[in-house]
Write a protein that binds this ligand. Structure first.
Ligand code: PLP
Length: 390
């Protein structure tokens, strides 16, 4: 059997061979603690500095504005809870504005703050998953001290009007964090052009290993730590640095920066191929933005009316294709995700959601063939069971 076709890169990506190569010496040879003064410690420290500069180049910011974290989840948690600690200590107001479609690593801290004396506004989204900038403006009060809106949604691919939101926040002098985990490496993310205060990214979404993330914090922006220990990462992310993964993150950032235009073009092309094949099947509907330019490159999400999420994944898997669904089985009951509920899909459609996300290693031919196969699988799952005759 040939290896399955992997079309689930919004969930995670394969580590780039050049990233593996860059990491190997930091796994196989003596690797010092970056805080140690001796030869091996200095080597590690230097490697972290190189990686920091590589990530800064990708985001067009200063290396001092880059913090290495254990993953995207930690980046988001610190961006919210670490800022909230600072707001509380300085009486800056206890109102957070976020949206209903955020990742659990933002919704979780928001719920925690809500349970601890904060007011939280969860902005609704329209049918394509966009927050409304006028609604955001209306929600701002004198107590608003944090805005956190994701750059792009993992399930339905919606790319939010981040530049506009950043303008609003800047005008009102409000800290603005964005979860950019799904876009970095696929689209331009330029910290000189888009004036966010903080931005989270995750290594394993851009061909670095799992378990490494980054938090960009604009110079002059104050956050307090939420984890305490040895004071690494200038006190914000305590814990001995994972040198090999940091090196991998840096290399992945370098590759992403070098090939960004090519990658975006390639992913847009694969997205178009998959979308065309799937939408040719009567009844299949796109979820998220219809305009591909407003979606994450390479990301396609659809509903297969009458089908169920788990069956979609398993039947596709039987055909050697790995995809995902936003409708999962919890204790024997299929439930659509909160994102699918937020875009007000009828329940019977939301139960049959499918996400197909192509990455840099997928080819045109592979995507064309896989999409044809998926179209057949989806079609068969849409068929209503024949009426039982007595
Ligand atoms: N934010 C978004 C939008 C994601 O898709 C994910 C991962 O799926 C995360 C945050 C969390 O990143 P990590 O897996 O590195 O914790």
């Amino acid at each position: 059997m040939t290896n399955p076709v992997y079309l689930d890169t919004s969930a995670t990506t394969k580590v780039h061979p050049d990233v593996v190569e860059a990491m190997l010496p930091f796994l196989q040879e003596t690797v010092g603690n970056a805080s140690s003064l001796h030869f091996y410690g200095r080597k590690s420290h230097e490697a972290v500095d190189v990686a920091r500069a590589q990530v800064a180049k990708l985001l067009n910011c200063q290396p001092e504005e880059i913090y290495f974290t254990p993953c995207g989840t930690y980046s988001n948690n610190t961006a919210l809870l670490g800022r909230a600690r600072f707001c509380e200590a300085n009486d800056l107001g206890k109102h957070l504005i976020t949206s209903v479609v955020e990742h659990p690593s933002v919704i979780g801290p928001a719920k925690y703050l809500e349970a601890n004396g904060w007011k939280v506004t969860y902005l609704p989204v329209d049918k394509e998953g966009f927050v409304s900038v006028p609604e955001l403006k209306k929600a701002i009060t004198k107590d608003t001290s944090i805005i956190s809106i994701m750059w792009a949604n993992n399930e339905i691919g919606t790319v939010q009007p981040i530049a506009e939101i950043a303008e609003v926040a800047k005008e009102k002098n409000i800290y603005f964090h964005t979860d950019a985990v799904q876009v970095v490496g696929k689209m331009e993310v330029d910290m000189q052009a888009i004036l966010v205060s903080a931005l989270a990214l995750s290594g394993h979404k851009l061909n670095a290993p799992k378990g490494i993330g980054v938090l960009f914090v604009r110079g002059g922006t104050n956050l307090m730590p939420i984890v305490f220990g040895g004071g690494q990462e200038r006190g914000l992310f305590a814990g001995t640095e994972n040198i090999a993964s940091i090196v991998g993150m840096g290399k992945a950032a370098e590759i992403a920066h070098r090939s960004l235009a090519k990658t975006e073009k390639h992913l847009r092309n694969l997205q178009a191929i998959i979308t065309e094949k799937l939408l040719a099947v009567d009844g299949i509907k796109i979820t998220g933005p219809k305009d591909p330019e407003l979606r994450v490159p390479g990301h396609v999400s659809v509903v297969v009316p009458g089908a169920q999420g788990d069956a979609i994944i398993l039947q596709s898997d039987l055909k050697n294709i790995c995809i995902s669904s936003g409708s999962a089985c919890h204790s024997g009951v299929i439930e659509p995700s909160s994102v699918l509920k937020a875009i007000a899909l009828p329940r019977e459609e939301a139960l049959g959601s499918a996400r197909i996300s192509a990455g840099i290693f997928n080819t045109d031919k592979e995507c064309r063939e896989a999409a044809e196969t998926l179209a057949g699988v989806f079609k068969s799952l849409m068929k209503k069971p024949a009426a039982v005759k007595y």
